[in-house]
Design a protein around this ligand. Sequence first.
Ligand SMILES: O=C(O)C(=O)C[C@]1(C(=O)O)C=C[C@@H](O)C=C1
Length: 282
Amino acid sequence: MRVGYLGPKSSFTYKATRSFFKEAELSPLPTIVSTLKAIEMNQFDYCVIPIENSVEGTVHPALDFLYHQANVPVQAEVILPISQNLMIHPNWIGKINQLKAVKSHPQALAQTQQFLEENYSSLKQEITDSTTQAAKWISDNKDEPVMAIASKEAAKEYQLEIIQSDIQDMKTNQTRFWVIGRKKINWYKEKSPIFRQTIGVKMEQNQAGNLHKILSAFSWRGIDLTKIESRPLKTRLGDYFFLIDIKVENLILVEMALKEITELGGEIKVFGTYYAHQTINC
Ligand SMILES: O=C(O)C(=O)C[C@]1(C(=O)O)C=C[C@@H](O)C=C1
């Protein structure tokens, strides 16, 4: 089995992917969008991307591509604890006050915002396509006065020195990763206490009570929603779709709620109906 993931190797997405696919052949891809395009073009059996962090919220490039362009369903979710670490090239040991910038993925910079503000507010923040790319960059550019925020595994892989570990502002920092592919995954069921469906809903036109209509289709059936967020449709200012996570206890009831919303003028995209599992150690 071949699986693509947001790389490079030792990214958090790699960790999530390996914890899920113990035996598969894994291939790193440079960006979230290239990972999703690869599964669209059938280059892999599955691909894995981050979709939401407990501190920073939805990973927008992933959601936007899945909503607007991709048509491959979510088959499972892996939830991983995320520990962020500040690292430098060993050349800079003893010269930390000469460093000028810190590099990482925007999600990681946001997860450590308070720490950076309190300790390194003069450093320029530079973004990379993944945390591990930041680690790789400082390893490839050892004379540049730049540090990186990434995983412990990335520090090890690129022989960097961790100068402070667990720097995320919230100790319970967690990220949800989606496993996307055309083939159903059944073996995950036993491990997973959570069964959910994620949908995007767009109403035909902006009318008073639109959101209320959507929510009431779930509420009078006793269906629990665990997340709702609005996201620009990108057509013009004021046009949105709603992203909704549904706790599935009775799939038929959920399907009936979706039918009702469609009859009320809603256009629904189902991202997937999937089991989610929290990985403690991997
Ligand atoms: O997988 C990685 O290492 C990433 O850099 C991506 C990503 C994300 O987009 O959320 C993954 C987990 C962490 O929340 C921080 C960054």
